[in-house]
Design a protein around this ligand. Structure first.
Ligand code: FAD
Length: 300
C-alpha cells in the first residue's frame, strides 16, 4: 500500500482537531507529520471544554447519526485507545415535542430506527411513570441512551498519538509563546511553517482563522450559558431532557446543569462569552419548574 506523506498542520486542538490528529496518526496509510496548533492549552473558552458533554443519536439525518454512533463506539474504548478513563454515563436523552412538533418527531424517529438507534416513543403518562417529569402541554417524547464524555484534554491527545505525534504536539506548545505572530503571518500566506496541508478546526473561531487566509467562511461564535442547580429531593436517575424551546437539563454529579437557546433577537454573533444570568430567570426556570413535581422542584 502506498503511504501518504504530508506535513499536516491542524489549527485548533479541541475535540475536532484532536480527533483529526488521532485518526490521521492511527491511519496506516499516513506516513507524514502532524502538528496541532492550539492557542490556549487550558481550553478555557473551547466549546469542547464548556459543552454539556452529552451525546445523542436523535438526529434527523443518517450522516449525523453515523457520526454520533461512531463517536460513542470510540468513547466506549477510550481507556484502551487513549489511556484515560472518561467516566461515561448512560442515563438517556429525552427529546420532548409539542403537538405541533409531533410529526417531525415521528419522522425523525423513523429515520433513527432505520439506522439502528435504540430509541423509543413515549407518551406523557409513560414519561411520568419512568421519570419524574410532569408534562402538561407536550404530547410525545423520544428517548435514547447517551454517553457523557469528558473532554479529551492534552493528556488524552498525548496518550492517543504515537510518540512522533505527541512530540509534535509538545513542540507546538513549547513554541506557543512566540508562535502567535508567526502563525498569523504564515496563515496570511495560506501556509503555516512547514505545513503542506492545513486543517481548520478552530471551532467557532474558524471564520476568523479562515479570514487570515482571505477566505470568507460563515462560521461565528454564539454565546451559550450553562447553569448549575441543586435539587432538594433528587428524583433518581434522570436523562438529559430537552424541550421544544431548546431548554435542557441533566444531572451532573450531585447537581444538575441546564441551559437554553437564546431568543433570536438576543443571540448576536461574537458576543462576550459571559454567562447570561437573566436567561435562567426568564427562560430556564419558568420551563423547568412546571415540569417538576411540587415536592421535587429545583432549589436555587
Ligand atoms: C454550552 C455548550 C454546550 C454544548 N453541549 C453539547 C453537547 O451536549 N453535546 C454535543 O455533542 N455538543 C455540544 N456542544 C457543541 C460542542 O461543544 C462543539 O460542537 C464541539 O466541542 C466543537 O469542537 P471543536 O473542536 O470544533 O471546537 P472547540 O472545542 O471550540 O475547539 C476549537 C479550538 O480552536 C482553538 N483556536 C481558535 N482560534 C485559534 C487560532 N487562531 N489558533 C490556534 N488555535 C485556535 C481554540 O482555542 C479551541 O481550543 C455544546 C456547545 C456549547 C457552547
Amino acid at each position: 500500500m502506498s503511504k501518504i506523506s504530508s506535513r499536516v498542520a491542524i489549527v485548533g486542538g479541541g475535540a475536532v482537531g484532536s480527533s483529526i490528529a488521532y485518526h490521521l496518526q492511527s491511519d496506516p496509510s499516513f506516513a507524514g507529520t502532524i502538528s496541532v496548533i492550539e492557542r490556549d492549552p487550558t481550553y478555557a473558552r473551547a466549546s469542547s471544554a464548556l459543552s454539556a458533554s452529552s451525546i445523542r443519536q436523535q438526529f434527523s439525518t443518517p450522516l449525523n447519526i453515523h457520526l454520533s454512533r461512531y463517536g460513542i463506539g470510540f468513547l466506549r474504548c477510550a481507556s484502551e485507545l487513549l489511556g484515560v478513563e472518561l467516566g461515561l454515563k448512560e442515563p438517556g436523552y429525552v427529546f420532548l415535542a409539542s403537538s405541533a412538533g409531533e410529526a417531525v418527531l415521528l419522522a425523525n424517529h423513523a429515520i433513527q430506527k432505520g439506522e439502528g438507534c435504540a430509541v423509543e416513543l413515549l407518551d406523557p403518562a409513560a414519561l411520568r411513570q419512568r421519570f419524574f417529569l410532569d408534562l402538561h402541554r407536550r404530547s410525545r417524547t423520544c428517548l435514547s441512551r447517551y454517553r457523557q464524555r469528558r473532554l479529551v484534554r492534552r493528556t488524552g491527545i498525548d496518550a492517543g498519538l504515537s510518540p512522533q505525534g505527541a512530540r509534535a504536539w509538545r513542540a507546538v506548545h513549547r513554541r506557543r509563546g512566540r508562535g502567535a505572530g508567526a502563525q498569523r503571518r504564515h496563515l496570511a500566506l495560506g501556509r503555516p511553517p512547514g505545513a503542506g496541508t492545513i486543517v481548520l478546526a478552530a471551532g467557532p473561531w474558524s471564520g476568523d482563522v479562515a479570514a487570515l487566509a482571505g477566505i470568507a467562511l460563515p462560521v461565528e461564535p454564539r454565546r451559550r450559558s450553562v447553569f448549575v442547580f441543586d435539587v432538594r429531593e433528587p428524583p433518581g436517575p434522570t436523562p438529559l431532557v430537552i424541550d421544544p424551546t431548546g431548554t435542557w437539563f441533566r444531572p451532573e454529579g450531585r447537581f444538575y446543569i441546564g441551559g437554553t437557546t437564546p431568543a433570536d433577537g438576543n443571540d448576536p454573533p461574537g458576543a462576550p462569552l459571559e454567562v447570561q444570568h437573566q436567561e435562567w430567570d426568564d427562560m430556564v426556570w419558568p420551563t423547568l419548574a412546571p415540569a417538576c413535581r411540587p415536592s421535587r422542584r429545583p432549589r436555587w
